[in-house]
Design a protein around this ligand. Structure first.
Ligand SMILES: [Zn+2]
Length: 192
């Protein structure tokens, strides 16, 4: 049994903020604005996982009106989302994502992001795809006013690990006595 999910997230960029993308801090003149650490890529992945099981979105599970999520590391949110998925009996198969931003170039950081994400969701980096594109200076992304991420995930129903269960020998019980009109007959019924 497979389920597919997609997620998309937007954040404004502003000076004086840190730029967290894919679970790592990227040196840049601007950072993403948000209630949490505003990691747009991790938020899109969270939404894709929740969406795959029709569990709503990240805002439903982690409202930005709650103080406890202020400035929170989005890796914690990703971990909690994956715990929800696992409790529903599913595991991740792979993630494919795209970051849309004009600057900085994120190619030097992609592998670090893959490692950070894979470690949280128990995948290898081969199962965590992170692509990036500019918008050729078009739109709010091209003007470096904001950053967008999209993600798709595939979930698979968890395989029952039956080999870890203890093997219990089942003893054959003697047949229970049969009840007749004359009383309890402890002998087996005759086979004709
Ligand atoms: Zn977000």
């Amino acid at each position: 049994m497979y389920r597919i999910g997609q997620g998309i997230d937007f954040h404004q960029l502003a000076e004086g903020r840190e730029l967290w993308l894919g679970g790592i801090l990227i040196p840049h003149t601007k950072g993403a604005v948000g209630h949490s650490d505003a990691d747009v890529l991790l938020h899109a992945i969270c939404d894709a996982m929740l969406g795959a099981l029709a569990l709503g979105d990240i805002g439903k599970h982690f409202p930005d009106t709650e103080n406890k999520y202020k400035g929170i590391d989005s890796k914690i949110l990703l971990k909690e989302c994956y715990e929800l998925i696992k409790r529903k009996g599913y595991q991740l198969v792979n993630i494919d994502s795209t970051l849309l931003l004009q600057a900085p170039k994120i190619k030097p950081y992609v592998e670090q992001m893959q490692v950070a994400i894979a470690a949280i969701v128990g995948l290898t980096i081969d199962d965590v795809s992170i692509k990036a594109t500019t918008t050729e200076h078009l739109s709010f992304i091209g003007r470096e006013e904001g950053v967008v991420a999209t993600a798709n995930v595939l979930l698979q129903k968890s395989v029952l690990i039956t080999e870890e269960l203890p093997i219990v020998a089942v003893a054959m019980e003697p047949a229970p006595p049969t009840v007749t009109e004359e009383g309890v007959n402890t002998t087996l019924p005759q086979q004709n």
